[in-house]
Design a protein around this ligand. Structure first.
Ligand code: C2O
Ligand code: CU
Ligand code: CU
Length: 505
């Protein structure tokens, strides 16, 4: 067990000043003076209904107020923007009724969940305007943060952008979870991080220009649980933050303005084997992580997120060379936020008297050993963005764009495979696979960093990088209904960087 005396978080020499986050720049720091309390999504535990726990979700249009006096048209679930946190128990059977009150087709996908393909909420389970779709499955996940979001055919980008997403927290009612802070909204918070671009009228801007499609939609304002530059009053010594990069395309490095370290305790699909001291954590769209923040020093802390620009310069040059877009416009556009300045994520202000938190367990769980020898098959996936293409036909996996009528891969139930993903393009892509939680074998032949050794469903590939994943296909087979794998930059997904696989018995 770690005690206060351990130097884990380096208590000494704290020099936090609010100026330290002033680097956030223009639009961001303007809101400093009008900080609002962090919004905590309502917790929806569902209603026990015989053998099921039932949830009713209504996808609806709404009007949100991100800026005073400038209303924004949004989409939400049971509310105007985003949706409630669905709390699900391991081993329970859930039934989720999803009612679409929009004027457009949509779907709701349970990102990271292991469910039968027909309940996965992919473009094959479209919910028509006015329609209701019911998904029903047993919760076979490890405790972690997951999320639901639109997976509508070619419309995931704009729908998620307008707000069609929300968190899912899976808990183990048998308390086999490590003793971490777990009072929702008090010392256990989901943080849904999304950048957005607003017009002067307050409306969201989603133009799908060539630039937006290539780079993915990027904004200059960071929303955290649907609010800008929020503050949270912390009442406990330790604060557990469940981070979700719910952005359409931006990749961020999360850290504290004082550069103090934190403990990373979980990845996409579950706890790590033990807590890791880190001072910076990178998350690409779709990825999650759990961290513990020590507030015992009694000083406010500012979490910031720095957008990464990995590969962007090369991308920029490559596109200019081919005369794809006017350089002036490109550069201006790319410099909207200075490219590298940081966004404020959360200002944490500790109470004068903090309630004690449990000490942090040194070991959380044992993961199965990753042994590539148990794989019966290796499949290759090459991600490519064609240059000089017309929008929509250059985003490929293995040279092909998504076709809903084509099954790309057929996998045998109860087998383990290696999937080798290669990023052959000039920009980073977060690769996501449905149905399974996988393990990362290696990156360019080298073992993954420690925080990536746990359960993952989304993996970021740098330009020219090759990553090998180990996946086991269990429980569910359906020769006719596919699962997806795709880039989680939603504009790339919508443009076709997606494929389909079925699991056959
Ligand atoms: Cu988070 Cu196929 O999606
Ligand atoms: Cu998914
Ligand atoms: Cu991509």
């Amino acid at each position: 067990m770690l005690t206060r005396r351990d130097t884990l978080w380096g208590m000494g020499g704290l020099s936090l000043t609010l100026g330290a986050c002033g680097q956030a720049g223009s639009a961001l720091s303007q809101h400093q003076s009008e900080r609002k309390l962090l919004k905590i999504p309502q917790l929806l535990s569902g209603k026990k209904n015989g053998a099921y726990t039932e949830y009713n979700l209504k996808i609806q249009n709404g009007t949100s107020t991100f800026f005073e006096g400038r209303p924004t048209s949004t989409i939400g679930v049971n509310q105007a923007y985003l949706g409630p946190t669905l709390k699900m128990d391991v081993g329970s059977t859930v039934r989720i009724n999803v009612n679409n009150t929009l004027q457009e087709d949509t779907t709701l996908h349970w990102h990271g969940f292991h469910v039968p393909a027909k309940y996965d909420g992919t473009p094959h389970q479209t919910i028509k305007p006015g329609g209701t779709w019911t998904a029903q499955f047993e919760v076979r996940q490890k405790p972690s943060l997951f999320w639901y979001h639109s997976h509508a055919h070619k419309q995931a980008g704009p729908q998620v952008y307008r707000g069609l997403a929300g968190p899912i927290i899976v808990k183990d009612p048998n308390r086999t979870e490590p003793a971490l802070p777990d009072t929702y909204g008090v010392d256990d918070l989901p943080l849904i991080v999304q950048d957005r671009l607003f017009g002067n009228n307050g409306e969201l801007v989603y133009a799908r220009s060539m630039h937006d499609i290539m780079m993915g939609m990027q904004g200059d304002t960071l929303l955290v649980n649907g609010g800008i530059d929020p503050v949270f009053e912390c009442k406990t010594e330790l604060l557990r933050l469940r981070l979700l990069n719910g952005s359409n395309s931006r990749i961020y490095d999360f850290q504290f303005a004082d550069r103090q370290s934190f403990l990373t305790t979980g990845s996409d699909g579950g706890h790590l084997e033990s807590a890791l001291e880190m001072s910076k954590l990178r998350l690409s769209p779709g990825e999650r992580a759990e961290i513990l923040v020590d507030m015992r020093h009694g000083e406010p802390k500012q979490m910031i997120a720095t957008p990464t620009s990995d590969g962007m310069g090369m991308m920029d040059d490559a596109m200019m060379d081919r005369g794809m877009m006017g350089g002036r416009w490109w550069r201006e556009d790319n410099n909207r936020d200075g490219g590298r300045s940081a966004f404020n994520v959360l200002h944490i202000v500790p109470n004068a008297n903090l309630d004690p938190s449990p000490s942090v367990p040194t070991a959380f769980m044992k993961h199965a050993v990753v042994d590539p020898a148990i794989a019966v098959k290796t499949r290759q996936f090459v991600l490519q963005m064609g240059m000089g293409m017309r929008a929509g036909n250059g985003f490929t996996i293995n040279g092909r764009s998504m076709d809903m009528g084509r099954i790309d891969e057929r996998v045998k139930l109860n087998t383990t495979e290696i999937w080798e993903i290669e990023n052959a393009s000039w920009m980073p892509h977060p690769f996501h696979i449905h149905d399974v939680q996988f393990r990362i074998l290696d990156r360019n032949g080298r073992p993954p960093a420690q925080h990536e050794t746990g359960l993952k469903d989304t993996v970021l590939l740098s330009p020219r990088e090759r990553v090998r994943l180990l996946l086991s296909f269990r429980d569910y087979s359906d020769p006719d209904t596919p699962y997806m794998y795709h880039c989680h930059i939603l504009e790339h997904e919508d443009a076709g960087m997606m494929g389909q696989f079925v699991v056959e018995s």
